[in-house]
Design a protein around this ligand. Sequence first.
Ligand SMILES: Nc1ncnc2c1ncn2[C@@H]1O[C@H](COP(=O)(O)OP(=O)(O)O)[C@@H](O)[C@H]1O
Ligand SMILES: [Mg+2]
Length: 343
Amino acid sequence: MIEIRNLTKIYTVGDQRILALDNVSLTVKKGEIFGIIGLSGAGKSTLIRCVNMLERPTHGTIFVDGQEITALSEEELRVARQKIGMIFQHFNLLSSRTVFNNIMFPLEIARVPKKEARQRVQSLLEMVGLTDKADVYPAQLSGGQKQRVGIARALANRPSLLLSDEATSALDPQTTRSILELLRDINRRLGLTILLITHDMNVIKEVCDRVAVIDNSRIVEIGDVLEVFSNPQTPTARSFIGTVINREIPVELLHRPNGDSGGKTTRLVRVSFIGASAGEPIISSMIRQYDIEANILYGNIDRVKDTPFGNLALELIGSPDMIDSGLTYLRNRGLEIEVLRSD
Ligand SMILES: Nc1ncnc2c1ncn2[C@@H]1O[C@H](COP(=O)(O)OP(=O)(O)O)[C@@H](O)[C@H]1O
Ligand SMILES: [Mg+2]
């Protein structure tokens, strides 16, 4: 759906060169919700603005729906952009037009016949739940309602791709959730591909299928949301995930003195699990099969969309052989094991 190859963007301000994107490559599949997360200044807006060519890349190519968007003339771009909707943090509505006429605006530009255009606006108003607000002006709407108008307007020309630049960043958590639900719903019902950027890991957790982490103009990590949440590979990803899920084992547990273990070994391990195994009694089966005692010191379970995942800190006490066998048993059942402390 979107294929970005070796995208570099350098801004020139006076005699200063700012490297905003450094050799970024990325593929977004048709019908998925793909999130890009990064700190302020990381290059997110630059990346999304290159996808609809509001910014011209310095190097690299971008394909959208099979069309090389970076090779189009201005005239061809105008047509191609009608198939790419965009929503913004500050909504960018026209204050002098009613809700109805804001949604009508892109249809006027695309010269859609009046009657058809009016019908489309009506059904879009229905889809975003604002039928009763057709004739009011943006100033009379709440933030969440304004973004619903923004979404309806972005969908007016029936795009195959929706770009979202921090669309929920100006909204409170509850409104954010309702806007994200609307995006999910649109994604499912229309098969619309959504590329969204955010600095908020909750947004990624709530709606995205895959995520890329951008740090300092580069993509440092990319994967299924569940995979990245349960097993982040980079410090940047870990710190974002730490804002929504606590993966850290309290430090006093790591340094807990061992009691009298009667010649046995004590090992502190982190057991991470995803999906079905979260509901199965794997730990108790291990204890029954091997001569091991297990203290659960710490744990948490969370959900990403409908899949549970979590991690437990376990202190295992037994002979080294037994503990090794027990850990192999757990690994063979799909659990991820990390030894945090061992005597
Ligand atoms: N139009 C511009 N001219 C010059 N520098 C820019 C421009 N837009 C963005 N930048 C710079 O490029 C870098 C990335 O910015 P941006 O893509 O807006 O990041 P983000 O959206 O992740 O906050 C920043 O250092 C920013 O100051
Ligand atoms: Mg930005």
